[in-house]
Design a binder for this molecule. Structure first.
Ligand SMILES: [Zn+2]
Length: 369
């Protein structure tokens, strides 16, 4: 179980004296340690990833050895329940509470593998209901909430890309510098080519290339006379932030693939299935908002048609699927007035996201000339 070092050093120049503990004393210490772990439960992540997302760059990845693996979390839970530290029912809420403090590494290294083990029916307390052979409400609730959390905090909203290729101008005011400025100002042109003698290229180099963090790169194309001074606009920091998001999204897609392989993921997700599987953050947040609003009303309208979205996932039989689809439709139509809806398909590259407060346009520049 837990290896406890029970030796106590009295003086540094003496041999350590080992204190023999009875089995009962060992057990008491184990229980204390386990209780302490859950009281201060975290996956050992210190930095809030939300801050890092805004910075667009990741902090150095944590030492993986410091992070709990999915398997270790399973063993920790088993030890905790077996020793009567905490009832099994409390485990999901404890883990969810700890999630709020985690960063992306903990998501990738601990939470997703843990969900994978749940789907593989390898986590006690999250096994199928013995009667129905369906996931229990505890499992469906937990899996859905962890995945929602993961998408919200570890993928996040798509950061905006620059609207066009217009860049600030520079130079000394001479004809060559002005030609470069015309190119820099142009919202459409991404690559500018200037055939120039070496002294004039050197002048442009000195005027434009030495700028730090310039949102363009410069090369000299040889093989023609004169050689060509070529400037290519880059996306700059906005591009890097966007690229980091694309990578996080790709990680999430990879995880969803693995989870689908591990078990019947769809039967865990209830009416959040579409939103989660398509990583649709707007819809996840809209549903959560709606649920929160419903939470305020449920005490008065217990029998309204908007029930807890995960309940049907635990009901066996065909009616539950039909009911779920119907509820999904009703949830969709309800969602329109107060929630976000993506108007154009993602595949066109241009998407207009309408929210109650604003309209944001996201332009994919990768196809531009
Ligand atoms: Zn000049």
């Amino acid at each position: 179980m837990l290896a406890l070092n029970t030796s106590v050093e009295q003086r540094s120049d003496e041999e350590p004296i080992a204190i023999e503990l009875s089995d009962e004393e060992r057990l008491t210490i184990c229980k204390l340690v386990l209780r302490n772990i859950w009281e201060k439960f975290s996956f050992f992540a210190i930095v809030s990833e939300r801050d890092n997302l805004n910075m667009g760059r990741r902090v150095a990845p944590m030492n993986k050895a410091e992070l709990l693996s999915g398997e270790e979390l399973v063993r920790l839970i088993e030890n905790t329940v077996d020793n009567g530290i905490m009832p099994e029912d409390d485990i999901p809420s404890r883990i969810e509470k700890a999630m709020a403090l985690q960063n992306q590494d903990a998501c990738q290294h601990t939470l997703m593998p843990f969900i994978q083990l749940i789907l593989k029916q390898r986590v006690r307390g999250f096994l199928y209901d013995e009667g129905t052979r369906q996931p229990t409400v505890r499992s469906t609730d937990f899996v859905t909430r962890v995945l929602q959390y993961y998408i919200q905090c570890c993928v996040g909203k798509e950061p905006p890309l620059p609207r066009n290729w217009t860049l600030p101008t520079g130079g000394c005011g001479c004809g060559d510098c002005n030609a470069v400025n015309q190119f820099l100002k142009d919202p459409q042109q991404r690559v500018g080519r200037f055939p120039l003698s070496s002294s004039r290229r050197a002048h442009l180099h000195q005027q434009f290339t030495d700028a730090r963090n310039a949102p363009y790169t410069v090369t000299t194309l040889r093989g023609t006379n004169p050689n060509v001074w070529e400037m290519t606009k880059t996306l700059g920091s906005a591009g890097l932030i966007h690229e980091a998001w694309v990578n996080r999204r790709a990680d999430a897609e990879q995880w969803l693939k693995l989870l689908k392989k591990a078990g019947p993921l769809d039967s865990y997700l209830g009416d959040m299935e579409d939103a989660i599987l398509s990583l649709d953050l707007e819809r996840i947040e809209a549903e959560q908002h709606q649920k929160m609003m419903m939470g305020h009303l449920t005490s008065h309208h217990r029998h309204s048609h908007t029930r807890h979205p995960l309940q049907t996932a635990d009901v066996n039989g065909q009616t539950s699927t039909a009911a779920r689809r119907a509820l999904k439709r009703s949830a969709d139509s309800n969602g329109q007035s107060g929630s976000a809806k993506r108007v154009k398909s993602r595949s066109t590259g241009t998407a207009v996201a309408q929210t109650p407060k604003r309209t944001a346009e996201v332009i994919d520049l990768t196809g531009s000339p």
